[in-house]
Ligand binder design. Structure first.
Ligand SMILES: Cc1cc2nc3c(=O)[nH]c(=O)nc-3n(C[C@H](O)[C@H](O)[C@H](O)COP(=O)(O)OP(=O)(O)OC[C@H]3O[C@@H](n4cnc5c(N)ncnc54)[C@H](O)[C@@H]3O)c2cc1C
Length: 332
């Protein structure tokens, strides 16, 4: 499907966490054209960013499943009906315009929907950036906060900064692919899955504890880095081609305050039909605070709320359609 901003979609979904991904699938199941807008270059929301290597035990149908594997399955399922995915666009404003259309402005584009489903979780994620003067000029030129293409590191010398799941995961992922992988971490305690940390120390990855990045060198792109030991202040120069920074993320919820929605500290107020106070705008998942109900921030609850919202949206756009269908079928 086209990513053109001027096409009016039946439903635009903000957020590609588990709620948004399931809503995208469900919209297709009900014959709706859906567009998903996600601030990050990756899908999966909190599962991808906060706990990709953690097992989830309370997802229906899976006795246990790694968060990253659940995301993979949800994404595959979401693609069943070819929704449009717009990544790396953060929604900054939404407003109803004439003809019952909702205008959705991102930092880069304007999108239009006949309805809008906000599945923005705990807010738009963005990576914590390095506090090193001049580091910005290397972004995309050897300095990365997200890895999109593993192939770009083939036979390269890569420095990974961080001690969480993502840093360890990327080190293990690249260890037999890149020419050399060095991982520096400012402490000796990792916030990553124990078995992965054990594998890391057994691997060919050069792990340097109590080291931090001091400066990046290069003319047009990264050519090297100076790291320092935060206990001894000893500095070391590393000749590296690429630097991957994985030092956490922050979630920003503040943007939503100016959209005219009724919100409180728990999220966007919705009724039992997942409708907000603005006609045509719905909310589901962690961001939704159902009035006269309980707020439960769990993946399964987000799935159910996504299904309710999409079925209500279908009925709103097509009053002759049934509210829901008992039996799911793949009609393309
Ligand atoms: C450590 C941890 C462990 C957990 N374990 C479990 C568990 O075992 N089982 C369970 O059921 N739940 C668990 N949860 C809770 C579960 O992760 C959440 O309930 C779930 O992620 C909510 O999904 P969501 O799609 O509503 O929101 P999110 O996962 O937060 O996804 C929202 C997405 O919207 C995007 N977004 C937000 N604002 C914008 C914007 N303005 N423009 C564009 N994109 C935007 C964000 O970048 C994000 O990708 C856990 C949570 C944590 C933190």
């Amino acid at each position: 499907m086209s990513n053109r901003g001027d096409i009016i979609y039946d439903v635009v979904i903000i957020g590609a966490g588990p709620t948004g991904l399931f809503a995208a699938f469900y919209a297709g199941l009900r014959g709706l054209r859906a567009k998903v807008i996600e601030a990050l270059p990756v899908v999966g929301g909190q599962l991808t960013i906060l706990y990709p290597e953690k097992y989830i035990y309370d997802c229906p149908g899976y006795p246990k499943i790694l968060a990253k594997d659940l995301v993979k399955n949800l994404y595959e399922q979401a693609l069943t009906f070819n929704p449009t995915f717009v990544l790396e666009e953060r929604v900054v404003n939404v407003k109803p315009i004439s003809g019952g259309i909702i205008q959705i402005d991102t930092e880069k584009n304007t999108h239009f929907g006949r309805t809008l489903l906000i599945a923005a979780g705990i807010g738009a994620f963005s990576p914590n950036k390095l506090n090193i003067p001049g580091a910005e000029r290397f972004e995309g030129k050897g300095l990365y906060y997200f890895v999109k293409e593993k192939s770009q590191f083939k036979n390269k010398s890569v420095l990974i900064v961080g001690g969480g799941d993502s840093a360890v995961d990327w080190a293990l992922n690249l260890k037999d692919y890149a020419r050399k992988v060095t991982l520096i971490h400012r402490r000796d305690v990792f916030r990553a899955h124990e078995s992965n940390v054990a594998e890391l120390f057994k691997s060919n990855v050069d792990v340097k504890l109590f080291y931090e990045l001091k400066s990046i060198h290069g003319k047009e792109r990264v050519e090297g880095a100076t790291i320092f030991n935060n206990k001894t202040n000893e500095e070391t120069f590393l000749s590296v081609d690429d630097i991957i920074i994985q030092i956490g993320h922050k979630a920003d919820f503040s943007f939503i305050k100016n959209w005219g929605l009724e919100i409180n500290s728990k999220g966007v107020k919705v009724n039992g039909r997942m409708e907000t106070n603005i006609t045509g705008i719905f909310a589901a998942g962690d961001i939704a605070d159902p009035i006269d109900s309980v707020k439960i921030n769990l993946i399964a609850v987000g799935f159910a709320q996504a299904a309710i919202a999409i079925n209500v949206i279908k009925k709103r756009l097509d009053p002759l359609a049934p509210l829901y269908e008992h039996s799911s079928e793949k009609r393309l």
